[in-house]
Design a protein around this ligand. Structure first.
Ligand SMILES: *Cc1c(COP(=O)(O)O)cnc(C)c1O
Length: 231
């Protein structure tokens, strides 16, 4: 069981490395976020001892519980799911990255809670790149206002954009969505100032990490290929 986990993990590292080579990029530029969801803490501890540091959860309560039960200072925690503003206060004392900020109100809440405890939180703004789900991120035309607002924040660092592609079996079919996220980033990069530095693009999951890396991803969020199928 655990050798399978480590084998799968090494396979994923290989896929990332190969995709980088083919795209003429350095694998140092890609952060691999292991998305554990319902899998046991034990798996996370094994991956930590294998050198994996970044872990993601898509549910606020699951992340909160996980950060406490794993309780490893070297682990770097990402929240990647649908974010309700009223849940921010429960994660802010331990989370390192919130990837799914989609409105100014959430930025404001992160800033308030983070400043209360004098802690800096990295965030990504989630942009809706899939035409299917209206709720997954802000619209590209809302981004400018959010970034201008974020420039003056002190405890909230906007490090880039995150996108969720449409669910599809054929990774080629989501290439235009990854291209769109990169294009939206390029169109807003002139707003880099103060606490805004759009250097990251979080895109790519188990099925489409190669295409995402070809299109400029700097963070891939991988669940199934590392932890195995979920129920
Ligand atoms: C579950 C999840 C992932 C990982 O998906 P896999 O296809 O299992 O790799 C990535 N991002 C988000 C937001 C998720 O909810």
């Amino acid at each position: 069981m655990s050798t399978e986990l480590i084998d799968r993990y090494r396979q994923v590292k290989k896929r990332v490395q190969q995709a980088c080579e083919e795209a003429g990029r350095s694998s140092d530029d890609i952060t691999l976020v292991a998305v554990s969801k319902t899998k046991p803490d034990e798996d996370i501890l094994k991956l930590l001892s294998e050198g994996q540091l970044h872990f993601g959860e898509n549910r606020a309560k699951a992340l909160e519980d996980r950060m406490i039960s794993v309780n490893e200072v070297k682990a770097i925690w990402h929240f990647i799911g649908n974010l309700q503003t009223n849940k921010i206060k429960y994660m802010v004392d331990r989370v390192n990255w919130i990837q799914s900020i989609h409105k100014k109100k959430a930025l404001k809440e992160v800033e308030k809670r983070a400043s209360d405890i004098n802690r800096v939180i990295n965030v990504l703004i989630q942009v809706n790149i899939s035409k299917e789900d209206q709720k997954s991120g802000c619209e590209p035309d809302q981004l400018k206002g959010m970034l201008e607002y974020a420039q003056d924040l002190k405890f909230t660092k906007v490090q880039g954009l995150m996108g969720m592609a449409t669910f599809a079996d054929d990774p080629e079919s989501v290439r235009p969505e990854f291209k769109l996220l990169k294009q939206v980033r390029d169109e807003h990069i002139h707003l880099n100032d103060g606490s805004v530095d759009l250097k990251h693009l979080s895109m790519g999951m188990t099925n489409d990490l190669e295409v995402a890396i070809q299109e400029g991803s700097t963070m891939v969020r991988i669940g199934t290929a590392i932890f195995g199928e979920r129920n």
